[in-house]
Write a protein that binds this ligand. Structure first.
Ligand code: ADP
Ligand code: MG
Length: 245
């Protein structure tokens, strides 16, 4: 009998069942999310019982393991930035006849920023809370840039809110590798931060009603204006530390 394997191009969902054992080391608990690059599961390490996260890469999006490797290296370089998830290991599993590599990282308990925002009254934060959010993100990215790296894909589905009280505790995931760091990529992160800020404030719908202090930061989302005002994320942090709301 000839078994027909699904072509590598068609392999865009793994749909691993809870209880599945992978690489004789981990048990699948449940799916956490699915994105452009792959599927992410909550897993349990069998030998220790510790929960972790495994990202299984779609082969089409991870040719010669390039994306996984760059992501792993980036996470490793940033291991001392508290906002970045911790990398653990890389492994391989056979799924539907294909070797699929996966990246094991710490499991972050919390809620995606996108979901967190939807849950707020009116789907938005007060200017005070949104500015705290921006500050938590900006100081996190300042650490990333300080180590010569960039995030590359900052948006509300790649940010986890671990805790929100007086301040935000956040984690960043899913960094995108576009090649070695350039000033332009750091600028892109800065612009993305301002986009997240405006989204947290309710987006375009509420923008005209925002205070001058908020508009001073958002600059109507005009890239040139933002970069003229804040040359780097460090400058943005400094502004946030000294501004009047
Ligand atoms: N370490 C983690 N802890 C908890 N949830 C996670 C973790 N990593 C990823 N997720 C969930 O899985 C989703 C997809 O992961 P992500 O790395 O962003 O993949 P993609 O590159 O495919 O977008 C995320 O939006 C999030 O919901
Ligand atoms: Mg993502």
């Amino acid at each position: 009998m000839i078994l027909r394997l699904p072509s590598i191009k068609k392999l865009k969902a793994f749909s691993l069942e809870p209880g599945t054992i992978v690489s004789e080391k981990y048990e699948i608990i449940n799916l956490l999310g699915r994105g452009w690059e792959g599927e992410v599961y909550l897993i349990r390490e069998l030998s220790t019982g510790i929960e972790r996260t495994a990202k299984f890469f779609f082969p089409e999006r991870n040719v010669r393991d390039k994306n996984l490797r760059s992501y792993a290296r980036k996470l490793h370089n940033l291991r001392n930035c508290p906002i970045v998830i911790h990398y653990h290991t890389r492994d391989v599993v056979n799924i539907q006849g294909h070797k699929i590599s996966f990246l094991v990282s710490e499991y972050v308990e919390g809620e995606l920023l996108s979901t967190f925002l939807q849950r707020q009254p009116g789907g938005r934060l007060s200017p005070f809370a949104a500015t705290h959010l921006l500050y938590a993100l900006a100081t996190g990215i300042r650490c990333v840039h300080g180590l010569g790296e960039y995030h590359g894909d900052l948006h509300t589905d790649n940010i986890i809110v671990q805790r929100f009280g007086l301040e935000f505790e956040l984690k960043l995931l899913d960094m995108f590798y576009r090649g070695s760091t350039r000033k332009e990529y750091m600028h892109d992160d800065l612009i993305d931060l301002i986009h997240v800020y405006r989204e947290a404030l309710g987006g375009a719908k509420y923008y005209s009603r925002q205070s001058e202090a908020v508009k001073y930061i958002c600059c109507g989302l005009r890239r040139g204006l933002i970069l003229k005002k804040f040359r780097s994320v460090r400058h943005l942090c400094h502004h946030l530390e000294t501004m009047h709301m």
